[in-house]
Design a protein around this ligand. Structure first.
Ligand code: FAD
Ligand code: DHB
Length: 385
């Protein structure tokens, strides 16, 4: 079997790449170890930058996103018994974010690929990448797929990054001493906008998926087992961390999903080796506080699509050679913003009373200075591509 681009992973990065390449007349095969049902149900991100929304619309997969996505023109920072709005319409006019579940993006992309006759193999076993330096090929479940190029879109725990010979890649990493417990609940959102809450008991985030589904995250110890968080405990903790301002009452409901996510920043440099190009979480991850991971994956895929188009249409390798350098500036900006938001809003056991005062002073500055609020707003809605 042969294709132009062998793609490992049917997450947002791999699926979008396959779709954009198809629009340029470039063939690909996507190999995914999980089932279609599993990837379509995997609850993760929810905040799409304007550039991500524009990319999906331009690619012809934005119809349901436009209908069901929830545009947001601000977020709330809640701390010390007060609420403070970061008003995008004032600070970054004309730019906003859209709340639309990652698994909905994945469903839309899978539907578009299959409708166009695209080749996505689900539940493939033992994917391995070979001969990356010159004539790359993939093996899986006893089959062989020869390709001109391999795109490693298989997330942080995938096989593509470890396939690069030792010593080639440099990695940069920061682990945070806490995790997020994420829940999805059949409950009307208690707020029109996202609430990022800093409390002495830790961080809490109120988000949503639809007018009837709420999404919440709680800062928890890194070794947390979701089983230790029965529903009543989750709601009690969310109440404690969110019902901190006058007139706010949390609407509760049935919890339909619960999972724990470790918090980590990680970057691989370069994001390529020979004919292998890494995109999305396979190359870098951010702590989710800045809502940047999915958006970065989309940004990588846009750059890679342009570079592959130049390669397959004109035989030019310049853009492919420069792929990693073209992505890494945005990657590091997002790393910094995600670290900044994380430090601004979480409690660190290592912090003393002085550290906590500094954090509150920082929050006061961000919510009272237009310059500081603009820094948050322009990074949150996404810097220009
Ligand atoms: P993935 O989505 O991880 O996809 C990789 C795919 O490869 C998977 O389908 C996997 O099954 C498959 N795979 C793995 N190994 C193999 C193998 N060996 N063979 C074949 N297939 C394989 N980002 C945002 O932008 N905004 C947010 O609001 C946000 N919130 C988040 C909240 C949480 C709780 C979490 C966990 C993440 C959040 N993110 C957010 C990050 C975002 O979800 C990820 O950055 C995004 O999923 C990256 O997409 P990807 O396609 O690179 O990787
Ligand atoms: C969501 C996730 C995030 O990481 C974030 O910062 C905001 C919202 C969400 O899943 O809705």
């Amino acid at each position: 079997m042969r294709t132009q681009v062998g793609i490992i992973g049917a997450g947002p990065a791999g699926l979008l790449l396959s779709h954009l390449l198809h629009l340029r007349g470039i063939s690909s095969v996507v190999l995914e170890k999980r089932s279609r049902d599993y990837v379509e149900r995997r609850v993760r991100a929810g905040v799409l930058e304007q550039g991500t929304v524009d990319t999906l619309i331009a690619a012809g997969v934005g119809e349901r996103l436009l209908r069901e996505g929830l545009p947001h023109h601000g977020i709330e920072l809640r701390y010390d018994g007060e609420r403070h709005r970061i008003a995008f319409e004032k600070l970054v006019p004309g730019r906003a974010i859209t709340v639309y579940g990652q698994q909905e993006v994945v469903k839309d992309l899978i539907a578009a690929r299959l409708e166009a006759g695209g080749d996505i193999r689900f539940e493939v076993e033992d994917v391995a990448a070979h001969s990356l330096a010159d004539r790359p090929y993939l093996t899986f479940g006893g089959e062989r797929l020869d390709c001109d190029v391999i795109a490693g879109c298989d997330g942080f725990h995938g096989v593509s990054r470890p396939a690069v010979p030792p010593g080639v890649l440099q990695t940069y990493e920061r682990d945070y001493p806490f995790a997020w417990l994420g829940i999805l609940a059949e409950a009307t959102p208690s707020s029109d906008e996202l609430i990022y809450a800093r409390t002495e008991r830790g961080f809490a985030l109120h988000s949503m998926r639809s007018p009837t589904i709420s999404r919440f995250y709680l800062q928890v110890p890194p070794d947390t087992d979701a089983a230790d968080w029965p529903d009543e405990r989750v709601w009690a903790e969310l109440r404690t961390r969110l019902e901190t301002v006058p007139g706010f009452t949390l609407t509760t409901g049935e919890i339909i999903e619960k999972s724990v996510t470790p918090m980590r920043g990680f970057v691989t440099e370069p994001m390529q080796y020979g004919r292998l190009y890494l995109a999305g979480d396979a190359a870098h991850i951010v702590p989710p506080t800045g809502a940047k991971g999915l958006n970065l994956a989309v940004a990588d895929v846009r750059v890679l699509t342009e570079a592959l188009t130049a390669f397959f249409h004109d035989g030019s390798t310049g853009a492919l050679d420069g792929y990693s350098a073209a992505c890494l500036k945005r990657v590091w900006r997002a790393q910094h913003f995600s670290w900044w938001m994380t430090t601004l809003l979480h409690t660190f056991d290592s912090d003393d009373a002085y550290g906590r005062r500094l954090q509150l002073s920082h929050l006061d500055y961000v919510t009272s200075s237009e310059a500081a609020a603009t820094t948050l707003a322009e990074n949150y809605v996404g810097l220009p591509w």
